[in-house]
Write a protein that binds this ligand. Structure first.
Ligand code: TK8
Length: 338
């Protein structure tokens, strides 16, 4: 090798190692802007809690970690955002447990009706060992489950007529969340259940593609379903949570300190959100009345009949999800009930 070549080679090697060092240095400048997506409007329990989370993180990190929130499913439906997180093209989101059940079937337990009686019971179980274990199961699927927020006790709305008993659901096309448990439950109650992402729901109600849906009153209010759904039936048939999620691909690039700050901010957002959700439920009922919704509360006897109707689905689902899991869930609820 002559001298000139040798020089060229040395120069090339130096340039290459500089480039490698440059990449390493760039990786140290973390994190890039954290995109946090959610499905409801900005002016909803999700919107308020998302902003709280972003502020908390900025405060805890001394302004180093920046989060931008995207509401109204502008980054996609829960299902689409889940995939984006798995692929590492979006950092964080909050969404329902129902679509998570297609990845980790055990999340389907939260679609079993008439389990929780109060939000206190739900908090205890979700923040306890069982709730934690379910979140951990997401790891293997490319998601990091951080905390549970309250979505809440769900109630029925429709555009056809008041629902006083299960038979009134006959022939009602009812949008349900996208998993087998929810589908089975509402078909068993007599409705014509139609799975659909939440992001398509308002239009589907407005165009009468479906007649009804079920969600907590906070969502019925913030999503303005009262504009297209005259009837509200208080059933509290199921308590469903939301999960704050991070992309595992992205999470693994963060330092332990950064991960800790996000966890702290997530816990703060959870406490804020649950309080806000409970206060907002009361306000939402008033707003729905003011907007002229016709509201009825299903009697205890009717709830008992509905329980009977869905029992076969509950039994079948219990077998599919694991009888031990369902038993453990029931025991934890009993414990919380005291
Ligand atoms: C919002 C949904 C919604 C949920 C549903 O993206 O799908 O009905 O209750 O809150 O996660």
């Amino acid at each position: 090798m002559n001298k000139t070549w040798k020089h060229t080679l040395v120069a090339l090697t130096a340039a290459l190692s500089c480039a490698v060092a440059g990449v390493a240095a760039a990786q140290d400048i973390k994190p890039r802007l954290i995109r946090f997506g959610y499905g409801l409007n900005d002016d909803s329990v999700q919107g308020r809690a998302a902003r709280h989370l972003a502020q908390e993180l900025e405060k805890l990190s001394g302004g180093k970690m920046k989060m931008k929130t995207f509401g109204s499913a502008s980054l996609g439906s829960d299902e689409q955002m889940q995939s984006a997180l798995v692929g590492g093209v979006q950092e964080m989101m909050v969404g329902s447990t129902a679509p998570l059940a297609t990845m980790v079937k055990e999340f389907g337990v939260f679609d079993l009706p008439f389990l929780f009686n109060s939000d206190k019971e739900a908090d205890a179980v979700l923040d306890g060992p069982l709730g934690e274990r379910l979140l951990k199961m997401l790891d293997a699927k490319g998601l990091v489950g951080l905390v549970y927020w309250e979505n809440g006790f769900r109630n029925l709305t429709n555009s056809r007529h008041p629902v006083v008993k299960a038979e009134d659901l006959q022939g009602i096309k009812l949008r349900v969340m996208q998993n087998q448990v929810a589908l089975g439950v509402f078909n068993a109650l007599g409705a014509n259940a139609v799975p659909m992402p939440f992001s398509e729901l308002f239009t589907a109600l407005e165009t009468r593609t479906v007649d009804g849906q079920e969600n907590p009153v906070t969502t019925i209010q913030s999503s303005k379903f009262y504009e297209v759904q005259p009837y509200l039936t208080i059933t509290r048939h199921v308590y469903t949570p939301w999960v704050v999620l991070a992309s595992k691909k992205w999470w693994d690039t963060l330092s332990p300190d950064e991960q800790k700050l996000i966890r702290q901010a997530a816990v703060a957002s959870r406490d804020f959100e649950r309080q806000d959700s409970r206060a907002d439920s009361k306000k939402a009922m008033d707003t729905l009345k003011e907007h002229g919704m016709k509201i009825n509360v299903v009697s205890d006897e009717e709830i008992a009949r509905m329980r009977q109707k869905v029992q076969p689905v509950v039994d079948k689902t219990t077998q599919e999800l694991g009888p031990e899991l369902v038993k453990e869930l029931q025991e934890e609820i009993q414990k919380a009930r005291g």
